[in-house]
Design a protein around this ligand. Structure first.
Ligand SMILES: Nc1ncnc2c1ncn2[C@@H]1O[C@H](COP(=O)(O)OP(=O)(O)OP(=O)(O)O)[C@@H](O)[C@H]1O
Ligand SMILES: [Mg+2]
Length: 283
């Protein structure tokens, strides 16, 4: 019996180190978190043939509607957090091969105050436990624009965080807050910052360099080279419940998101190599 448990734990451990779980966050709203999660998922599945799961962990359920699902879905992480369903029962296939989704709904808001989570001292570990043992190359968690319970749970479930920013003063000021938050989480949990994504980029913006410098100061060497340029096609595609590359394959945004997906792949593979060589040094 004991042997079986150890073996199962080892399988879970292997699954965890092979599966990259990325929480996309920002303290400020409207920084393209949802658009980034959706398009990275789409391109990693479509172009890189990866198995990807997107978790809509925001009561606004924008990720769900952006991929053509209803925002009133009953099968969401709410049921999983409340132990009414397993995560396998709420995973839905998207129209893209290799891309699955756990939709969100309005009941995610305040879910931590409902039974049985409210009585669980370790309630914020429930998302991490729910996804442990899943068989995906990448899991992306879309979080709400706050550092509340949902975002905290997403950070505990993730091994990487991805920070969404826009070239605006309030977004950049919020980065310092986020940096402190990462530091605090990092004291209790192994969370690596994968990178900072700048969206709504205007190549001719007069203050671009100032924003880039501020990001470098808060998160040194973490800014992705690829910037997602402002492109009305992103919103137009949302209205049709589709990713931008389905509706406007030649758009700037489709091009930028494909490059960002390639950069994410490169960073994660690079991190793996770095960890391997560090382990070799310690042996
Ligand atoms: N590169 C872009 N160019 C133009 N519009 C964009 C771009 N990226 C996202 N948008 C639009 O901006 C709005 C906000 O984007 P999105 O929902 O991805 O941000 P968010 O950070 O998830 O917002 P929230 O904080 O409310 O969750 C959406 O209407 C989206 O379609
Ligand atoms: Mg969002």
């Amino acid at each position: 019996m004991m042997g079986k448990t150890v073996c199962y734990d080892f399988v879970l451990y292997l699954a965890e180190i092979c599966m990259h779980t990325i929480a996309c966050c920002s303290f400020k709203g409207g920084t393209a978190k949802t658009s980034t999660v959706m398009h990275l998922g789409v391109f990693l599945a479509k172009k890189f043939h990866k198995k990807v799961l997107l978790i809509d962990f925001d009561a606004q359920a924008n990720l769900s509607t952006g991929l053509g699902f209803s925002s009133d879905e009953e099968d969401t992480m709410v049921a999983v957090l409340r132990e009414e369903k397993t995560i396998q029962e709420v995973i839905k296939q998207s129209h893209i091969k290799g891309l699955d989704v756990v939709p969100g709904n309005v009941y995610l808001d305040g879910v931590e105050a409902t039974a049985p989570i409210v009585n669980d001292l370790y309630g914020h570990e429930r998302l991490r436990k729910a996804i442990a043992g899943l068989d995906y190359d990448f899991v992306f968690i879309d979080t709400p624009p706050s550092l509340g319970w949902l975002t905290q749970s997403a950070f505990f479930a993730a091994n990487y965080s991805m920070i969404a920013a826009v070239p605006e003063p309030y977004s950049i000021l919020a980065l310092n807050r986020l940096q402190e938050y990462h530091e605090k989480i990092g004291n209790h949990h192994n969370l690596e910052i994968l990178g900072v994504v700048l969206s709504f980029w205007d190549e001719r913006g007069a203050t671009n360099q100032a924003f880039v410098n501020a990001i470098d100061q808060a998160f040194p060497d973490k800014l992705f080279d690829t910037k997602i340029r402002r492109d009305i096609c992103v919103s137009r595609a949302v209205l049709r419940g589709k990713p931008v590359c389905d509706v406007y394959p030649e758009s700037r945004a489709a091009y930028d998101y494909e490059r960002l997906a390639a950069e994410v792949m490169k960073r994660i593979t690079g991190e793996k190599e770095k960890k391997k060589s560090l382990e070799a040094v310690h042996v």
